[in-house]
Design a protein around this ligand. Structure first.
Ligand code: 5GP
Length: 133
């Protein structure tokens, strides 16, 4: 059965897309730790990120780098932190999170509650920076 992220990539479930290429897709996390919290996923459905083959993992990281630069331009921050957890959704994904301090990366922190309009505006701002690269 397709993962929820495969359904998102296929457009069967809506998402706030920020970037896409032939092999990877980036969209806003629905329970963000910060404005701009983004997930990067491979279109090929693989659960565990370290089961990706070397070339695919390297390409995913390079794609994530471009997305991270776009996030930082749209939402100025100290750094964009990166994390891989993957205990909830069995489809490999990288979290990219604008951070000011180490504690901004704690996943048990309260999540932001954003409106549909806010999500759309955040995604559009990152997408704009992504397309200007
Ligand atoms: P993890 O598998 O890395 O532990 O957590 C999965 C992440 O995916 C969580 O941060 C959660 O908020 C996010 N997530 C789960 N389901 C959806 C969804 O349907 N849409 C979006 N945009 N994010 C989701």
């Amino acid at each position: 059965m397709a993962t929820i992220f495969s359904k998102i990539i296929a457009g069967d479930i809506p998402s706030y897309k920020v970037a896409e290429n032939e092999h990877f897709y980036a969209f806003l996390d629905i329970n963000p730790l910060a404005k701009g919290h983004t997930l990067v996923v491979p279109k090929r459905e693989v659960d565990y990120i370290f089961d990706l083959d070397d070339e695919e993992l390297a390409a995913m990281q390079v794609f994530a780098k471009g997305v991270a630069l776009a996030i930082q331009q749209a939402f100025p921050c100290q750094k964009v932190g990166q994390a891989v957890i993957g205990l909830e959704v069995p489809h490999a994904h990288i979290h990219l999170i604008p951070i000011q301090r180490e504690s901004d990366m704690i996943f048990s922190n309260p999540k932001l509650k954003l409106t549909d309009e806010e999500f759309k505006a955040i995604a559009a701002a990152i997408q704009q920076k992504w397309s200007e690269r």
